[in-house]
Design a protein around this ligand. Structure first.
Ligand SMILES: Cc1ncc(COP(=O)(O)O)c(C=O)c1O
Length: 294
C-alpha cells in the first residue's frame, strides 16, 4: 500500500491532500501517456534549479505541441504554492502537464485543454543503506528508443521503456538497469544519468546517445569544472563501466548514487570513490547556492 498521506497535490486550481486528488479517466495522459513531467527537488526550504526545470518543461511542452495553460509563470506559481502547502524542508515535486480530457482514440485534437498537476511528496528510489555502499547495476535487454522514435530528451509520460528495464533489473535481483541505445552504446539508467571515472577523468554519455539532459547531470558537469576535475561527454560502451575506477548515477530523486557492481563485476572499492566523494560534497554546497525560496 503506497503512503499518500504525506503528500500535497495541486489539481484543478486547488491544493488538496494527496489521497483526495483525482483526475478524469478520459485524460489522454492516462489513456495514452500523452503529456510530460518534471521531477524537482525541495531542499533546505527552497527549490533546486527551478528556472532550469521550468525551461526543460517548456521545451518539452513545445515539442509535443502542448500549450501550458496560463503560461510558464502560472506553472511556476503552482510549483511554489504546492511546495508551500507541503510545508517540508526536504522533498520531491512531480510536475505534470497532460493533454487533458478527450475522446477515445489517440487524436490529441479531441482534447479540450491541457491539465496541470503538481505533487509534493517524499521519494526514495533505492534502499537507504545502498546510497552509501553502492547499488547493483545490470545491463537491460531493453534498448533506449532512438531519437527519431521517442526522443529521450523529452520527459514524456511515456515511461514504459524505463519501467520494463527497471522491472527486469528487479527480477534479476539488481537495483537498477543500464539502458544501451540501438547502436549498443550506453544511454543512461532507468531514471538517472550515468558517470564513469577513469584515472581521475570524469565522463558521461552524450545526449545524442539517448541520455536525458538531466539537471543533476548538468550540475555535476559544472561542479567538475569548478573543482578542476577533467570532464567530457563522450560515447561509452559497457567495457567503459567494467574498466572504470568509479561509476555513479545522478538524478533529482536519488542525488548521486555510487554503483558497487555492474553485471556482477565489482567496481573499485565499496562506497563512494574519491572523485564521487568530492563531487557529492560539492553538490551539497552547490544545491544550497541554487535555490528558489517558496
Ligand atoms: C530517464 C531519466 N534520465 C535521467 C534523469 C535524471 O534527470 P534529473 O537530474 O534532471 O533529475 C531522469 C529523472 O527523472 C530521468 O527520468
Amino acid at each position: 500500500m503506497t503512503d499518500q498521506r504525506d503528500s500535497k497535490v495541486w489539481v484543478e486550481g486547488h491544493v488538496v491532500d494527496g489521497h483526495k486528488a483525482r483526475i478524469s479517466v478520459f485524460d489522454h495522459g492516462l489513456l495514452y501517456g500523452d503529456g510530460l513531467f518534471e521531477g524537482i527537488r525541495i531542499h533546505g526550504g527552497g527549490i533546486f534549479r527551478l528556472p532550469d526545470h521550468l525551461r526543460r518543461f517548456a521545451a518539452g511542452a513545445k515539442a509535443l505541441g502542448l500549450t501550458l495553460p496560463g503560461g510558464l509563470e502560472k506553472v511556476e506559481s503552482i510549483v511554489l504554492e504546492t511546495a508551500r502547502a507541503y510545508q517540508k524542508e526536504e522533498g520531491y515535486i512531480r510536475l505534470l502537464a497532460t493533454r487533458g480530457c478527450g475522446e477515445l482514440g489517440v487524436d490529441p485534437t479531441t482534447c479540450e485543454s491541457p491539465q496541470l498537476i503538481c505533487i509534493a511528496k517524499s521519494v526514495s528510489l533505492y534502499p537507504v543503506e545502498k546510497l552509501e555502499s553502492g547499488i547493483e547495476l545490470i545491463t537491460s535487454s531493453f534498448r533506449r528508443p532512438s531519437l527519431d522514435a521517442l526522443d529521450p530528451a523529452i520527459k514524456s509520460l511515456n515511461y514504459l521503456n524505463n519501467v520494463l528495464a527497471k522491472r527486469e533489473a528487479r527480477l534479476r535481483g539488481a537495483d537498477e538497469a543500464l539502458l544501451l541505445n540501438s547502436a549498443g552504446m550506453v544511454a543512461e539508467a532507468s531514471v538517472a544519468n550515468l558517470f564513469v571515472v577513469h584515472a581521475g577523468h570524469l565522463s558521461t554519455p552524450n545526449v545524442t546517445d539517448g541520455a536525458l539532459p538531466g539537471i543533476t547531470r548538468w550540475s555535476i558537469a559544472t561542479l567538475a569544472t569548478e573543482l578542476g576535475i577533467p570532464f567530457g561527454e563522450r560515447s561509452l560502451g559497457r567495457q567503459d563501466l567494467f574498466s572504470a575506477d568509479e561509476v555513479f548515477l545522478t538524478g533529482t530523486g536519488a542525488g548521486i548514487v555510487p554503483v558497487a557492481s555492474f553485471d556482477g563485476a565489482e567496481i573499485g572499492l565499496p562506497g563512494r570513490g574519491p572523485v564521487t566523494r568530492r563531487l557529492s560534497e560539492g553538490f551539497s554546497r552547490f544545491m544550497g547556492q541554487n535555490l528558489t525560496p517558496f
